[in-house]
Design a protein around this ligand. Structure first.
Ligand code: NAG
Ligand code: NAG
Ligand code: NAG
Ligand code: NAG
Length: 616
């Protein structure tokens, strides 16, 4: 049995207000444009889809998606806890000594009783594939007195978004379905790349839980699951070329067979979610690879930290990097890449490129000799060597776009890469790095760790850590507590990033229009050192939904003002919707707050957010 908090018991006051009126549900993400008329709610009968009669395989996909949406409407019987209602402003109460906050109850309306039963769909280009930049726009309208719900979209993928909007608009009350109307929604995303990253190298995540993330992504109109497949700790991916690699899976059961990868890809595609694989190279590489040939790994047997930081070979246990000078490395990397590029269908393949540790390569004979042979060589030359050797086979088709962590062009050890065919994922330096990369012509996906990392604030996980043994607040560095007692508690990117933090990130601030045009979207990473099936959904949801709206329609209203406060009710309702849909999203507040909009605001002043220093 699913836990279904959205089957709410109406509170007495809400009951009066809603007896004969449907509500204008604000879907998440907020559409770019939504216009409500005032005719009032209309009943919904058994809905059927017309217009999906193309020969294209995508027509069947859309038909199936509609059937799923309609089933979800019927199974969930959704009614939101409450809807956003603006509260009075100070100006309305000059000289008041007591400040009221209760929003006005929605006016009652007579329900039209001839039910709507047809969803008419018109898709301009049925064949457009689900790839980077595909048009996802749609228009959904229910005209005053009309007899159909009309949806037009450029592609099948826009139609899927229209369905998830419809799912949130239809409500159930007094034993019947209805929808507030007339309504017209004109919608399309601001950014083409909207996603999360899930790491299945640190801990295994089951395919069921991966599908649960895809469900959340599709309901929030995100379109990318970036799958960080492996890391030094484990290799969970079946390869026919090198079956021995999964000896380094955590167990025989914690393996993704190619059939199950294909199943995930198909599951995602059916819901408009692209699966972008990542094999992190040449750093973060040990498990799996070493089973093919020990010699392609450097420093796999070193002690990672050595207490003395100058001797560290990795930023976390366990160490290992691919040996860049060993020719054998490229033979193995090419075969692994080629096989996986044949399994994954997305044109974007993420080839890692982050956090190369110089100390690791002291353990490589070929590399120390390579440096000794020519004293002018630098670590930049070494990274360039990797790029020059791998690009010819990484760029295996004209459609191919490689995605990499920004380190490969901006860290202390970097290469020069032609911006044309790559996408960089920026996780350091906030807008400074985003500006730097876009200025140099690189397309950027924003994953700034100070804003979007979903794993932060959970404390440190490495054991035998004497820093936890401080009994008094004396663990000071330059007079500032640096670990416990007000410090970071061992989490390098503390604190926890709340939904408000995520939503408030203005990641293109200070960029020129040309630089802005190179920001193609954002993705929230979840590293899984301390995450597995038991808590993954609570870690991702509903916080990722704040990101979903940020990259779909932005964090500002039509007047350019921050609308984070207005998101509160949407995200609270959406969290209930996720849980009811089987996505185990964490609660954000006491339920009282969602049943009583604005009662839990910190500031009564609804414009408070725009009065922070630096805000317009
Ligand atoms: C998507 O298609 C719609 C309708 O044809 C169009 O108005 C819109 O500009 C397109 N969006 C993009 C990003 O090309
Ligand atoms: C690697 O070698 C360099 C130069 O010899 C040295 O400074 C550095 O401390 C060494 N690092 C490790 C981890 O051994
Ligand atoms: C030595 O390395 C430098 C820096 O990469 C390079 O410019 C130079 O051509 C190399 N010299 C030889 C003899 O390979
Ligand atoms: C980008 O950052 C690099 C490394 O910090 C720096 O050398 C370069 O000048 C910067 N470029 C731009 C355009 O800001």
């Amino acid at each position: 049995m699913l836990y279904r908090p959205s089957l709410r018991l109406l509170s007495a006051t809400a009951l009066l207000a809603t007896l004969s009126s449907a509500v204008k549900v604000n879907p998440l993400p907020a559409p770019r444009e939504i216009t409500w008329g005032s005719a009032g709610p209309i009943a919904i009968g058994e809905l059927s889809l017309t217009g999906a009669d193309s020969d294209s395989a995508n027509a069947q996909l859309v038909t199936d998606a509609f059937a799923r949406s309609w089933k979800a409407i019927k199974d969930l019987k959704y009614y939101p806890q409450a809807t956003e209602a603006p509260i009075p402003t100070y100006a309305e109460f000059p000289g008041a000594t007591q400040i009221p906050w209760k929003p006005a109850a929605p006016a009652s309306k007579q329900k039209r009783t001839t039910p709507l039963s047809e969803v008419h769909l018109k898709v301009e280009d049925w064949d457009a594939d689900l790839q980077q930049g595909v048009n996802e726009s749609y228009v959904l309208s229910i005209g005053d007195g009309g007899h159909t719900i009309d949806i037009t979209s450029s592609t099948a993928w826009g139609a899927l978004h229209a369905f998830t909007t419809l799912q949130q608009l239809v409500i159930y009350e007094n034993n019947a379905f209805s929808i507030e109307q007339p309504v017209t929604i004109k919608d399309e995303p601001m950014y083409p790349f909207r996603g999360i990253m899930v790491d299945t190298g640190r801990n295994y995540i089951s395919t069921d839980k991966l599908k649960e993330q895809i469900d959340g992504l599709s309901l929030s109109k995100m379109n990318v699951l970036h799958w960080h497949l492996d890391d030094t700790q484990s290799w969970p991916v079946e390869l026919k070329t090198y079956p021995q690699m999964t000896k380094d899976a955590y167990s025989a059961r914690e393996v993704y067979t190619q059939d199950c990868i294909k199943d995930i890809i198909q599951y995602g595609r059916a819901r408009g979610v692209r699966i972008i694989p990542e094999v992190d190279m040449p750093g973060h590489a040990y498990s799996g690879w070493r089973q093919v040939d020990e010699s392609i790994i450097s420093c796999g047997d070193s002690w990672w930290s050595n207490d003395l930081w100058s001797y560290h070979t990795a930023v976390q246990p366990n160490p290992g990097q691919l040996d860049i000078i060993n020719d054998k490395t490229y033979e193995v990397v090419e075969k692994v890449y080629k096989e996986l590029a044949g399994v994954f269908t997305d044109h974007v393949f993420h080839v890692g490129g982050d956090e190369i540790q110089k100390g690791c390569y002291n353990f490589s004979e070929p590399i120390t000799k390579w440096f000794a042979d020519n004293s002018s060589r630098t670590y930049n030359d070494l990274v360039q060597y990797w790029v020059d050797k791998t690009w010819p086979f990484f760029m295996d088709s004209t459609d191919r776009k490689l995605m990499l962590w920004e380190d490969v062009v901006i860290s202390g050890e970097h290469a020069n890469i032609d911006p044309k065919n790559i996408i960089l994922q920026s996780w350091n330096g906030d807008v400074v790095n985003i500006k730097n990369l876009t200025n140099r012509g690189y397309d950027v996906v924003v994953s700034s760790s100070n804003w979007f990392y979903l794993d932060c604030g959970n404390g440190g996980y490495v054991s035998n850590d004497n820093r936890y043994n401080t009994q008094i607040n004396a663990n000071l560095e330059d007079g500032v507590p640096n670990f416990n007692y007000g410090g970071i508690g061992g989490s390098w990117c503390a604190p926890f990033k709340t939904w408000q933090r995520i939503y408030n990130y203005d990641f293109t601030e200070g960029l020129t229009d040309d630089e802005k045009s190179h920001v193609i979207g954002a993705s929230a990473p979840l590293w899984t050192e301390q995450v597995d099936d038991t808590i993954i959904s609570q870690k991702v949801w509903p916080r990722a939904a704040a990101l979903a709206e940020l990259v779909w329609s932005g964090n500002r209203n039509g007047e350019g003002k921050k609308r984070t406060t207005e998101l509160t009710q949407r995200i609270n309702n959406f969290r209930e919707y996720l849980v009811a849909s089987g996505v185990m999203a964490a609660p954000l507040m006491p339920k009282y707050c969602l049943q009583n909009p604005h009662s839990c605001d910190l500031n009564w002043d609804q414009d408070a957010l725009n009065k922070l220093p630096g805000a317009p």
